[in-house]
Design a protein around this ligand. Structure first.
Ligand code: DD3
Length: 329
């Protein structure tokens, strides 16, 4: 397994690239947050649980709704994968209690030293009703959205909602996460910022997850893509793959590069996840491979304007309500 914290100085790296990678990935290595002033302080100590929204034994996650200083908050706790690089230290420095011994088989309760036993915690505060709903376990329904449905149902819904993408603008303007940027092409038309998604702890490449966010702010989703965007999409595919190879030694043949439809935020972004990691939303009902998108736009400049697109919606999603109201379900 590649140790993502050990970066080789590749003399072949482009000038632009080598300039950008120097500072990244220094946070998280000591288990502290990126806000220096928050290091060591437990902002979650006052968290009062209201309900468990969902949990998964398989994914080792729990989504909790609660209150933090009188504000609504959502906390996500996740046990992170075990990294090969810390194995020898785990074997050496842990305490072990025998659980079961039977023939050649035995099980133990192992307590690893605290620094090898981290969990990832994500806090949304203040959380809106939408955040709370998003993590509630929900049944999904597949919707088939025609071009007309998009114009008459989906587009008005998106515009009325005005989902905040302030966090995206913060990234593009270097007001947040600037030290996490893996690669940037700052061209206003073709440019993008590539950085690790929130979901990735960057401890190991097994669950590698990066997002490319476009500098162009007027492309809401896959639906808005036309052949005029081909240079942008080609650029993201090409330079994104190169940057991930340089930084994480992961070749394109190990990567899934795709868009979500519907996306969770309406500012064009591309997902890069490691093949073999079943990232949430990488299934056929939501993911569109970037290579397919590029080909489809090559054969029909208005492919995504005119096609019927299928996607899943959760039971409590307002958009599902709109489709029902229009008699489409
Ligand atoms: C989000 C979709 C949005 C909860 C959670 C995530 N990657 C982000 C803010 C900064 C980010 C992301 C909304 C929000 Cl856990 C509610 O995602 C983000 N920064 N996906 C990065 N790097």
């Amino acid at each position: 397994m590649a140790d993502v914290s050990k970066r080789e100085n590749n003399p072949e790296a482009t000038e632009d690239f080598s300039q950008r990678i120097k500072k990244a990935k220094t946070d998280h290595e000591d288990g502290r947050g990126e806000n220096g002033e928050e290091s060591g302080k437990n902002v979650l100590s006052g968290f009062q649980t209201t309900t468990v929204l969902s949990d998964s034994a398989r994914e080792k996650t729990i989504f909790v709704h609660g209150k933090l200083a009188d504000q609504n908050a959502v906390v996500i706790l996740e046990k992170t994968p075990i990294n090969e690089d810390i194995l020898s230290e785990i074997f050496k420095a842990s305490t072990l209690e025998l659980d079961i011994r039977n023939d050649i088989y035995s099980t133990y309760r192992l307590q690893a030293p605290p620094h090898l036993n981290e969990m990832k915690a994500t806090l949304v505060c203040p959380a809106t009703e939408k955040h709370v709903k998003k993590y509630q376990r929900q049944e999904s329904f597949l919707v088939e959205e025609t071009a007309d449905d998009y114009q008459s149902i989906t587009l008005p819904f998106i515009q009325k909602q005005s989902f905040s993408v302030q966090w995206v603008y913060n990234i593009l303007e270097k007001k947040a996460e600037s030290e996490r940027i893996v690669f940037e092409d700052s061209d206003p038309k073709l440019g993008f910022v590539l950085l690790p998604d929130f979901k990735w702890d960057q401890k190991q490449t097994d669950n590698l997850y990066l997002i490319a966010i476009t500098h162009q702010r007027n492309i809401k989703s896959l639906r808005d893509l036309r052949s005029e965007h081909l240079p942008l999409l080609q650029n993201i595919l090409q330079k994104g793959k190169e940057a991930i190879l340089q930084r994480y030694s992961l070749p394109a043949s190990k990567m899934r590069v795709y868009l979500h439809y519907q996306p969770s935020y309406y500012h064009l972004h591309i997902h890069f996840t490691k093949l073999g990691y079943e990232a949430p939303g990488c299934g056929v009902e939501r993911a569109h491979l970037l290579t397919d998108v590029i080909q489809n736009l090559h054969s029909d400049p208005h492919y995504y304007k005119t096609r019927t697109l299928s996607f899943p919606l959760r039971a409590d999603d307002g958009l599902l309500g709109q489709f029902k109201k229009a008699g489409k379900l």
